[in-house]
Design a protein around this ligand. Structure first.
Ligand code: HMG
Length: 404
């Protein structure tokens, strides 16, 4: 085994459903002041998945885009893990479908991870340790976070939905972010802040308590990280798990108070060090396991050139709960890689359609029967869920992207 070089995120891409709901339209429909959603929660649009856009289709779409845009061949992958809390089966993992749809090699460790929004972080950190151990033998890991965030129509959680998948390539000599492997601050506690019983698609949540749990976990994980990674350069930016934009704002106040800053100073710092990571989330909403990594993609899209060589922090929170704070250094040349990945493409003007409220509500009502029949498939979608066959096997349409 040769010596291992820097390890981290070599490439990142994401996929979102083809439709979104404007939160201004939702505010009117629910009789709520538009500013409550826009300023109170910090959300403006949320992606809404149709029946053919299940977690497998979203994950395969993001993974295919990643391989095409990064110039990696599937044969280079030796580890494929999908973090999701929107499982499609008690046994067969989303990662198995992705492995097949993307044509990954049979010599590959393939599994699904679950811990609410923390699942993909568990997978990402495992992948870095797999590479650090020498087991990768030069191969790369494909980590995908894929989820559909859903709360009951008319509930306080409704404006904090979303859907999407983020795919990351983890390797030696990463072209985007070198991670500080083995130096993370962690925290866990058995709480019922948010849960998704097996018979339900909509999540149940003790909303205000979930906010308290998130902030408490952040304080503990951050202090633990400070002990593990004491010294070193300051963090010039921080990406938080983003269930809605305002949560990142609250998080930054708590984290700043640990550093001895008052609220006014924390709020000034927020505009510079956190706000650029929230732009994609404001158009997509909460994507659960992928939310932290969508924030990272947003930050790199906005500022990669200015951040090359600089140290940034990442905070992952999963209800239930588990949290981890960790850090990395933006790689030299990251801006060129970001340009190649064309990170903003899935949200470009014209790339998505705005749903009317009746169309959104019809999509949700359609759920009960959607899994049972073949759906109408848009020919522009590279991957789509087609329904289940008589033996209850899930069927997919596959069309791997050949170029970015
Ligand atoms: P709510 O009932 O809308 O709360 O629920 P609210 O009435 O307190 O209003 C929210 C904010 O809007 C408040 O500001 C109001 O003052 C403000 P804050 O006190 O928070 O600073 N407001 C206005 N602002 C401007 N103009 C107005 C106006 N009116 C009110 N006119 C809640 C909010 C987030 C609880 C709800 O949406 C919810 O339950 N969401 C789902 C749970 C959630 O996202 N929790 C976040 C932490 S847990 C987590 O992140 C994990 C998770 O991702 C799941 C996983 O791990 O898998 C959820």
């Amino acid at each position: 085994m040769g010596s291992i070089e820097a390890i981290g995120i070599d490439a990142i891409t994401f996929s979102v459903p083809r439709s979104y709901l404007d939160l201004g339209d939702l505010a009117v429909a629910r009789g709520v002041a538009a500013d409550k959603y826009r300023l109170g929660l910090g959300v403006s649009q949320m992606a809404i998945a149709a029946a053919d856009e299940d977690p497998v289709a979203l994950a395969a779409g993001a993974g295919s885009r990643l391989l095409a845009a990064s110039g990696r061949d599937p044969s280079e992958i030796g580890f494929c893990a999908v973090g999701t809390e929107t499982a499609v089966d008690h046994s067969k993992p989303v990662s198995s479908y992705v492995h097949g749809l993307l044509g990954l090699p049979s010599r590959c460790r393939v599994f699904e991870t679950k811990h609410a929004c923390f699942g993909a972080t568990a997978a990402l950190l495992s992948a870095t340790e797999w590479i650090a151990s020498g087991a990768a033998r030069g191969r790369a890991a494909l980590i995908i976070a894929s989820d559909i965030a859903r709360y009951e129509i008319g509930s306080p959680g409704e404006p904090t939905q979303g859907a999407g998948a983020v795919a990351m390539l983890v390797s030696e000599r990463p072209r985007l972010l070198e991670l500080e492997v083995g130096r993370t601050g962690s925290f866990a506690r058995d709480v019922h802040d948010f849960w998704r019983p097996l018979h339900r698609k909509d999540a149940l949540v003790d909303g205000k308590f979930s906010v308290e749990c998130y902030l408490d976990a952040l304080g503990h994980a951050y202090r633990d990280w400070q002990e593990q990674a004491a010294g070193g350069e300051p963090l010039v930016r921080t990406c938080y798990h983003v269930p809605y934009g305002k949560m990142a704002h609250k998080a930054h106040r708590v984290r700043s108070s640990v550093d001895g800053l008052d609220e006014a100073a924390a709020d000034r710092d927020f505009e510079l060090t956190v706000a650029p990571s929230l732009r994609f989330a404001s158009q997509v909403g909460n994507i659960y396991a992928g939310s932290l990594y969508l924030a990272l993609a947003s930050l790199l899209h906005a500022e990669a050139a200015a951040l090359e060589g600089r140290r940034i922090g990442l905070f992952s929170y999963g209800s239930g709960c588990a949290a981890e704070f960790f850090a990395g250094r933006v790689a030299a040349g990251a801006a060129a890689m970001v340009a190649r990945l064309d990170l903003g493409a899935p949200l470009a003007p014209g790339a998505r359609a705005r749903l009317t409220i009746p169309a959104y509500e019809a999509l949700r009502r359609d759920d009960a029967s959607a899994d049972r029949r073949a759906s109408e498939v848009s020919s522009e979608r590279p991957f789509a869920f087609l329904g289940v066959d008589p033996a209850e096997r899930r069927r997919y349409m596959s069309g791997i992207l050949r170029d970015g």
